[in-house]
Write a protein that binds this ligand. Structure first.
Ligand SMILES: [Zn+2]
Length: 392
């Protein structure tokens, strides 16, 4: 920054900024179209400048400028020769320095994380509270019978350290739910998030983060329908990128607000309720090859967003694969009119998540109790209607 830039930012804007009590951040766009950013921190007597590690520009694409002093580009490595030679050193160094969060370390999440470790990513955040169970063994990467009972994030972290091709891979393995404060904060520090969860509440929370905090979320969902005679009816999976410039997960129909309420009030943990929802058929029937294909499509979608800016035409918004009859098509549609999630774009902490952020008591704190109770009752009634009609 020139002396004049510093004077303009620190001395002219600094005073009024202090009066608001809000943080002061300065951004500069260079002639090479690279951004730089810094916080001005008031230490009680003067402003101290603290340079940012990187600046993300989020929209249809993800553009990142790194502060090379704070985050130097990775050295070329023999372990990454094929990867680097495929898309070039500049794109590899853009990709490797991003912080990726994988929420949900089940069959899909563990394969996404494996792909990230293999392509030389340097920082992974893994979030999942679950432990390995016997019925996971036919589809969970790395898991063997000896691992039953282990935390999925620990199992994944140990294996990913062995798979890593970067000079060093930092892994933050967090055993918890995304709706718990520590996990939520860790997600906000990521540059890109992968949603590999099947519950509506974490989906809604990640959808919220994608817009309020401008962190692109690559979402994957599987639908498998087994017929009453026990044969496979249909299997389909979708990859949806939510965040500014894309249709949100809720408008895409990946969950509904009433699903979120049902999860909050415990109905989704009630086996009799879940059995009614599924019409008596077994649910959650994803299998290894379906998960592998979905995890690959999710990773490809992330690559398209981060390093493929000049290669591909504009992404379609959503990729949908139907196993029967075997078609992959892209769908581009905007959010519904007046989408309230889209309206939260870039509002950060100014927009509180309407249901729950860090604990089950949040709804009671954020709404007058009578309003909260009425809302819950109405949505529960609505969802029971849907269950009764088998339309859900
Ligand atoms: Zn929307």
């Amino acid at each position: 920054m020139s002396r004049a830039d510093v004077t303009a930012e620190r001395d002219r804007i600094g005073g009024p900024a202090r009066a608001t009590g809000l943080p002061l951040v300065g951004l500069t766009l260079g002639t090479d179209e690279a951004w730089s950013a810094r916080f001005w921190r008031w230490d009680g007597q003067r402003f101290e400048r603290a340079w940012c590690d990187k600046v993300r520009v989020v929209g249809r694409r993800l553009g990142v400028t790194y502060n090379a002093e704070k985050m130097p580009p990775p050295q070329r490595r023999p372990t990454l020769r094929r990867t680097t030679d495929t898309w070039g050193s500049a794109r590899q160094s853009d990709l490797a320095r991003l912080r990726f969060g994988v929420v949900g370390l089940g069959s899909v999440g563990s394969m996404v994380a494996e792909a990230l470790a293999r392509i030389g990513v340097e920082h992974l955040v893994l979030v999942d509270a679950d432990r390995v169970k016997t019925h996971n063994l036919d589809r969970l990467l790395y898991a063997s019978e000896a691992d039953v009972g282990r935390l999925k994030v620990e199992l994944a972290a140990d294996a990913l350290r062995r798979s890593a091709t970067a000079a060093r891979l930092r892994i933050d393995a967090i055993a918890g739910w995304i709706q718990q404060e520590g996990c939520y904060r860790a997600a906000l520090d990521c540059d890109v998030l992968f949603s590999c969860v099947d519950r509506p509440l974490p989906k809604d929370l990640l959808n919220h983060i994608a817009y309020t905090h401008c962190i692109p979320v690559v979402f994957g969902g599987v639908f498998v329908d087994t017929k009453r005679d026990g044969t496979l009816g249909q299997a389909a999976w979708s990859v949806v990128r939510s965040g500014p410039g894309h249709r949100c997960l809720r408008c895409d129909g990946q969950y509904t607000t009433s699903d979120v309420v049902l999860e909050r009030d415990g109905s989704l943990d009630d086996p009799s309720y879940v059995a009614r929802l599924a019409g008596g058929r077994p649910m959650n029937q994803n299998v290894f090859p379906f998960s592998a294909n979905l995890a690959s499509l999710m990773t490809l979608e992330m690559l398209r967003m981060v390093i493929g800016a000049s290669w591909w035409p504009e992404p379609g918004g959503k990729l949908h694969y139907s196993y029967v009859p075997g078609t992959l098509h892209a769908v581009a549609e905007p959010c519904r009119n007046h989408c309230e999630v889209m309206a939260r774009t870039a509002s950060g902490d100014q927009t509180a998540y309407p249901f729950l952020v860090t604990g089950p008591e949040h709804l009671d704190r954020s709404l007058p109790s009578s309003v909260g109770a009425r809302l819950l009752a109405r949505l529960r009634k609505l969802s029971q209607g849907l269950v009764g009609g088998r339309s859900s």
